[in-house]
Design a protein around this ligand. Structure first.
Ligand code: HEC
Ligand code: HEC
Length: 335
């Protein structure tokens, strides 16, 4: 009897030790005070190993069929994870349909892309550039097996998929590739601009022009570019601002409803000073032009638009665009 109890206790201790040895260390978000982590799908928990793998994949041109293009080719960190083109051609010269979106705080967006409420998770979105065909970007449509074989053929990736997906036996599949990319992108957090620092009570002074711009912004713009995300994409909402939309009807192309023609998801304005040109088709070369395309700006004079631009400049987060955790990783196989 006593022996039996002793055995049970031993088994329990051994069990606890085993759990401790095999459970991955809890992921540490390192978010600024007052910011809750973004939603994470239950079947794709965060881990350091997965984020490291996602970062390596994000910067790897092996994710395009001809080895010339990575996610970072279009999403450049120094431009807030956008690029400077109106649209960015894919590997086969397809001209591209829309302006590259920022990835700052993308983990909080409830619908992804400029106009499709059906793309709800980063896991689902990641497969669009890799294997989509409207437009072709990285070129693996129908040839997904080429990509998984290419990655599984590299010792470094075998090790990293093993560490990131122990429950799946380190399988290299479109699903694990998408999950790792999603985990990395959930860490792309931008809350350290002069605007944020001021809100946290740090000694950062805004110009009188930017302060007037902030008041104008609250009155005219914050209904859609709402809250600390500067978008209502967490809800998500789609609006027609009265900018031209010839050839791309945004939400209207997805729902087929005339009332949805020209409605797009509100873009985040974080780091917007770094991401010219603007709007879904990149047709606005400057912030002034982008603002002028809004019905909401009709009553505003040139001076007020300049004040709004001065305010938007305070949303540039130098920490975010230079953070080494988000940059091209060193060659090698680990975090
Ligand atoms: C050829 C350029 C190009 C490449 C390569 C590319 N993207 Fe994009 N990305 C875009 C464009 C353009 C959009 C907007 C698409 C739309 O609205 O239809 C976008 C949108 C996104 C979004 C949605 C952001 C939001 O707020 O809704 C995410 C996330 C994203 N890309 C991640 C990735 C990942 C991950 C990769 C690599 C697997 C990648 N992209 C490769 C051009 C590119
Ligand atoms: C009714 C909702 C709404 C209001 C109000 C609004 N916006 Fe927008 N904003 C949008 C949408 C939607 C887009 C994308 C439109 C498109 O691409 O055709 C956009 C685009 C932008 C862009 C371009 C961003 C980029 O990355 O391309 C800027 C800059 C901008 N808005 C600033 C403002 C300012 C400043 C105000 C206030 C004067 C304002 N917006 C008011 C919804 C709104």
């Amino acid at each position: 009897m006593r022996l039996e109890a002793y055995g049970k206790a031993l088994a329990l201790v051994a069990g606890l030790l085993l759990t401790a040895a095999f459970a991955p260390a809890a992921f540490e978000w390192k978010l600024p005070p007052g910011v809750a982590p973004p939603p994470v799908p239950v079947d794709n928990p965060m881990s350091d190993a997965k984020v490291a793998l996602g970062r390596k994949l994000f910067y790897d041109a092996d994710l395009s069929i001809d080895g010339t293009m990575s996610c970072a080719t279009c999403h450049e960190q120094r431009r807030g994870f956008t690029d400077s083109n109106r649209t960015h051609p894919g590997v086969h010269g397809d001209p591209g349909k829309r302006n590259v979106q920022t990835l700052a705080n993308v983990g909080w967006h409830g619908a992804l892309t400029w106009g499709d409420p059906g793309v709800k998770t980063l896991e689902a979105q990641a497969l669009i550039p890799i294997a989509g065909s409207k437009p072709v970007e990285m070129g693996f449509a129908g040839q997904e097996a080429v990509l998984t074989a290419r990655l599984a053929g590299q010792a470094c990736y075998r090790k990293m998929f093993g560490e990131a997906f122990p429950e799946a036996g380190g399988e290299v599949s479109m699903s694990t590739i998408a999950k790792a990319l999603a985990a990395f992108q959930r860490t792309l957090v931008s809350f350290d601009s002069p605007y944020d620092q001021r809100r946290r009570g740090q000694a950062v002074v805004a110009s009188a022009e930017a302060e007037r711009g902030e008041r104008l912004f609250k009155a005219n713009c914050a209904g859609c570019h709402a809250g600390p995300l500067f978008t209502d994409a967490d809800k998500p909402r789609f609006h027609r601002i009265d900018a031209p939309f010839a050839g791309d009807r945004g939400l209207g192309d997805v729902t087929g409803k005339a009332a949805d023609a020209g409605r797009f998801r509100t873009p985040s304005l974080r780091n917007v000073a770094l991401s010219a040109p603007y709007l879904h088709d990149g047709s606005a070369p400057t912030l002034e032009t982008a603002i002028r395309r809004h019905r909401a700006a009709m009553r505003l004079g040139n001076r007020e638009v300049a004040e709004l631009v001065a305010f938007l400049d305070t949303l540039t987060d130098e920490t975010f665009v230079t953070d080494p955790r988000f940059s091209l990783p060193k060659p090698g196989c680990g975090p």
